[in-house]
Structure formats: structure tokens, C-alpha cells
Design a protein around this ligand. Structure first.
Ligand code: SF4
Length: 122
């Protein structure tokens, strides 16, 4: 049986939650003060994931720009490194706007890497 202490980041209260379980089976969750915290702690125990942020090289009209990007959904933590490798190799051409998909379905995670800003802003 594994015990994991998780700080809930869903709201600023930051409850300390203890999850006990094994593999993908949860036996108990304690310390949360609401249902959202319980869901968050359960997901963190089974498959911790995060929004991935980085930059992608964009070529446009002779300029090279490092465009800030983020995943449009959380990515499992163990997939972060391969995703960063794919982002490092990526190069995009043309005018980019906020929310444009620059790398679809990165590493088959189901998440797209999208532009986090308009290019004219940079
Ligand atoms: S458990 Fe609920 S109240 Fe506590 S930090 Fe998480 S969201 Fe906020």
C-alpha cells in the first residue's frame, strides 16, 4: 500500500491531502475540504499531469522568433521529457496567432502545443 501526501492546487487554500492506495486503486482520501480537491488528489495519485509550457522556433519573413507555447490540456509527468525533445526539434514557418496549433497531438498524448501569444506582440 502506498501513501502519498498531495498539496491541492485547485484553490488558494492549499489543503494537504493524504491518498492511500496501490497502483490505480485508491483506498482512502483524507484532508480535502471539497469534491474538487478529492478529484484532483485522486488524479494526482493515479496519473500526475501538468500543463507543459515552453518555446518553439518560428521563422517568419527572415526573422527567427522563440514563440511561447503551452499544451492545451495536462500531459502525464512521465511524458514531459519526450515532449520537450519534440518541442526542441520543432520549427514552424509563417505568421502565428494565439491559440494556433503548432504541434498537434504531441507524443500521442492527445494534447496539442498551442501558441500562447500573437506574433505581432513580440
Ligand atoms: S481541497 Fe478544496 S478547499 Fe482545499 S485546496 Fe483543494 S479545492 Fe481548495
Amino acid at each position: 500500500m502506498q501513501e502519498k501526501r498531495i498539496t491541492c492546487i485547485v484553490c488558494p487554500r492549499g489543503c494537504e491531502i493524504t491518498v492511500i492506495g496501490e497502483g490505480k486503486e485508491i483506498h482512502s482520501i483524507q484532508g480535502q475540504q471539497c469534491r474538487r480537491g478529492e478529484d484532483y488528489a485522486g488524479e494526482e495519485f493515479i496519473c500526475p499531469s501538468r500543463i507543459l509550457t515552453s518555446t518553439v522556433l518560428v521563422h517568419n519573413e527572415g526573422r527567427k522568433i522563440l514563440m511561447p507555447v503551452r499544451s492545451n490540456r495536462p500531459i502525464p509527468r512521465e511524458q514531459m521529457r519526450p515532449c520537450m525533445e519534440e518541442i526542441k526539434k520543432a520549427q514552424v514557418q509563417g505568421e502565428i496567432h494565439r491559440y494556433d496549433v503548432l504541434i498537434p497531438n504531441i507524443c500521442q498524448t492527445g494534447a496539442d502545443m498551442i501558441a500562447a501569444a500573437d506574433m505581432d506582440w513580440m
